[in-house]
Design a binder for this molecule. Structure first.
Ligand code: HEC
Length: 257
C-alpha cells in the first residue's frame, strides 16, 4: 500500500533541510570526518609498522593478531637494529639458542658470557632497555609472539562494535534524507557499513586462529570506509551544493526511485 506524502513534510530532504538541522548534521559530519582521518592515521602508526615496514599490509595484520610465532623479538633485533653489536658468528649462535626455546642450562653454561661480552655494556647501563644480566629479561625477548591476546581482542571488539555502530547509525540516518538516490542504492549504502563492521571484527578473531584470514580485515576496513565516505560526501554535497538550485524536492523518505 502506498501512502501519499503529507504536504507539510516537503522540507524533509537534505537540500531543503531547515538550517538548525543542517548545522547539527554538518557539525556531526565534520567532526566524524576528522575522527575517521585520525583513525586511519592511528591504524597506519600502530598496525602499519608491525612488520617493520611503513604502510599497512597483510603481514601487519598477521603480526598484530596472529603474531610472529617463528621469530622472537630477540631474533628480529639481532637481524635488525642490533646487527652491528655482535659479529655474525655470535649472532648466529644466539639465534640458534633462541630457536631451541632459550633453555636455562645453556644460558648458565655459555650464553651468559656471550651476552656479557657483546650486549651488557648497554643492556644493563642504559635505562629503558632490557637488562641482559638477568636471564628473565632475556627470556622475555626470546619468546615468540602470539599476537593479540583474547583479553585485548574482547576489549577492543566490544568498544569497536558499540562505538563504531553509533557512527554508522548517524551517518546512515543523515544520508537517509538524500534525494535522487535510488532506493536500492540507499538501502545498500546504509546497511553496508554494519555488515563490513561485523566482517572486520570477526576477521580479527579468525586471524588470531589462522593468518589466512588477514585479508578479511582489509576487505572489512575498505568496505566500510568506502560506504561511509560515499554517504558523507553525498550528504554534504546535497546540503550545500544541490541546495543552491532552489528546487523543492519533497519528502526524501517517500521518494520512489
Ligand atoms: C651500543 C649499545 C647496545 C649494544 C651493545 C646492544 N644493544 Fe640492544 N639495544 C640498544 C638500544 C639503544 C635499544 C633500544 C632501541 C632499539 O630497539 O633498537 C636496544 C634494544 C634491543 C632489543 C629490543 C628490546 C625491547 O624490549 O624492545 C633487543 C632484543 C636487543 N637490543 C638485543 C641486543 C643483543 C642480543 C645485544 C648483544 C648481541 C645487544 N642488544 C647489544 C643498545 C644496545
Amino acid at each position: 500500500m502506498k501512502t501519499t506524502p503529507p504536504a507539510n513534510l516537503g522540507w524533509l530532504n537534505l537540500p531543503n533541510l531547515p538550517w538548525p538541522l543542517k548545522a547539527l548534521f554538518t557539525g556531526y559530519l565534520l567532526v566524524i570526518g576528522v575522527g575517521l582521518c585520525m583513525a586511519g592515521l592511528q591504524i597506519m602508526l600502530t598496525h602499519g609498522m608491525a612488520d617493520g615496514k611503513v604502510g599497512l599490509s597483510k603481514n601487519d595484520i598477521v603480526y598484530s593478531y596472529y603474531g610472529d610465532r617463528t621469530h622472537s623479538k630477540l631474533e628480529s633485533k639481532l637481524n635488525g637494529s642490533m646487527k652491528a653489536n655482535a659479529p655474525d658468528a655470535v649472532r648466529a649462535d644466539i639465534i640458534q639458542w633462541v630457536r631451541k626455546g632459550a633453555p636455562k642450562e645453556a644460558w648458565d653454561a655459555h650464553y651468559k658470557d656471550v651476552f656479557a661480552q657483546n650486549c651488557v655494556v648497554c643492556h644493563s647501563a642504559l635505562p629503558g632497555i632490557p637488562n641482559f644480566k638477568n636471564f628473565e629479561e632475556v627470556q622475555k625477548v626470546a619468546a615468540t609472539s602470539e599476537g593479540a591476546t583474547i583479553q585485548s581482542l574482547t576489549r577492543v571488539s566490544h568498544i569497536h562494535l558499540f562505538g563504531i555502530s553509533f557512527i554508522f547509525f548517524f551517518i546512515g540516518f543523515i544520508f537517509s534524507f538524500a534525494v535522487n538516490v535510488p532506493k536500492a542504492l540507499k538501502v545498500t549504502a546504509i546497511a553496508f557499513p554494519f555488515a563490513f563492521l561485523i566482517i572486520d571484527i570477526l576477521s580479527w578473531w579468525l586471524t588470531k586462529l589462522s593468518p589466512n584470514f588477514a585479508w578479511l580485515t582489509i576487505i572489512g576496513g575498505i568496505g566500510y570506509s568506502l560506504a561511509s565516505s560515499y554517504m558523507w560526501f553525498i550528504s554534504m554535497y546535497q546540503m550545500y551544493i544541490l541546495s543552491r538550485n532552489g528546487k523543492v524536492y519533497g519528502n526524501a523518505w517517500e521518494q520512489d526511485l
